[in-house]
Design a protein around this ligand. Structure first.
Ligand code: CP
Ligand code: NVA
Length: 308
């Protein structure tokens, strides 16, 4: 079964092929009205289940629209409304869904839920975000970077803020695509050591620099994300804001980075918290290209999962 669970679990050549497919499919649609079907209708006759145990705007809409463009159909399911949310096991849910649909995308809390679903499904499973990782987001980010700056291999990306799930997938990608990551944030919110070790073993330089100004100097890309993720207890909000305020991405920090640096954020953004509007809407920001590219990147991921 060809699951898309995490970037470090997917062969670098396959990841590269998906980025190339995404770029080609995007180019093929360029200028076409949004509802125009893709010429080859690769998903004709197929049904994709999109299961959400957490809120979503981009993941939900981009997967749904992507499937439709490729001629398939979707079922958008809220975990809370399924028997899954009322005691049915993950394994049984996987077995049952596999009898109806061709592909399952799930956004959930614990990574173990994703892994158990994949273990018991007889159709491919895609990770649409867990507390630990968000690989689809980083595929879109790489597509976006390369559209603006060419190959990401050998570049240096700075992550500013919380070493969260999106950061972990970025670090996984560094090992697979061959770029370096500098993390700048407070020590209690450092990135996951296991991901750092995996990326280093694959040859990527992963550096921790507590001074954000020093961290960003000469960077090719500066990335941040919310200071409080969906799975973080609300009670941590004040402490996290105090810890992370020095790592806000603002005009001064982007000036310290230099004009060559792009700015990305997976969104949703909390303007004037982790990023200022001046940066979000400024000349270095590519956040809305990044959001669009979720669509193109995930279409390529779905094709890869289905061997199309
Ligand atoms: N970036 C991202 O995954 O956004 P949503 O939470 O809106 O899906
Ligand atoms: N780190 C964020 C990403 C949202 C797309 C979260 O998990 O809430």
């Amino acid at each position: 079964m060809t699951h898309f669970l995490d970037l470090h679990k997917t062969a670098p050549a396959d990841l590269r092929a998906m980025i190339n497919t995404a770029a080609a499919m995007k180019t093929a649609r360029a200028g076409a009205p949004r509802g125009t079907p893709d010429a080859d209708q690769a998903l004709a006759g197929r049904v994709v289940a999109l299961v959400f145990e957490k809120p979503s705007t981009r993941t939900r809409v981009s997967f749904d629209v992507g499937v439709r463009q490729m001629g398939g159909q979707t079922l958008v399911l809220s975990g809370a409304d399924m028997q899954l949310g009322h005691g049915e096991s993950i394994a049984d849910t996987a077995r049952v869904l596999s009898r109806y649909v061709d592909l399952i995308m799930i956004r959930t809390f614990e990574e173990s839920t994703l892994l158990e679903l994949a273990d018991h499904a007889s159709v491919p499973v895609i990770n649409g975000l867990t507390n630990r990782t968000h690989p689809c987001q980083i595929m879109a980010d790489i597509l976006t970077f390369e559209e603006h700056r060419g190959p990401i291999t050998g570049k240096r990306v700075v992550w500013a803020g919380d070493g969260n799930n999106v950061c972990t997938s970025l670090i996984h990608a560094a090992g697979q695509f061959g770029f370096d990551v500098t993390f700048t944030g407070p020590e209690p919110l450092d990135p996951e050591p296991e991901a750092v070790a995996t990326a280093r073993a694959a040859g990527a330089a992963i550096t921790i620099e507590r001074d954000p100004v020093r961290a960003v100097a000469g960077a090719d890309l500066v990335v941040t994300d919310t200071w409080v993720s969906m799975h973080d207890p609300a009670s941590t909000r004040e402490r996290r804001h105090n810890q992370l305020r020095p790592y806000q991405v603002n005009e001064a920090l982007m000036k310290a980075a230099g004009d060559q640096a792009l700015f990305m954020h997976c969104l949703p953004a909390h303007r004037e918290e982790e990023v200022t509007s001046a940066v979000m809407d400024g000349p270095q920001s590519v956040v809305f290209d990044e959001a669009e590219n979720r669509l193109h990147a995930q279409k390529a991921v779905m094709r890869w999962c289905l061997g199309l």
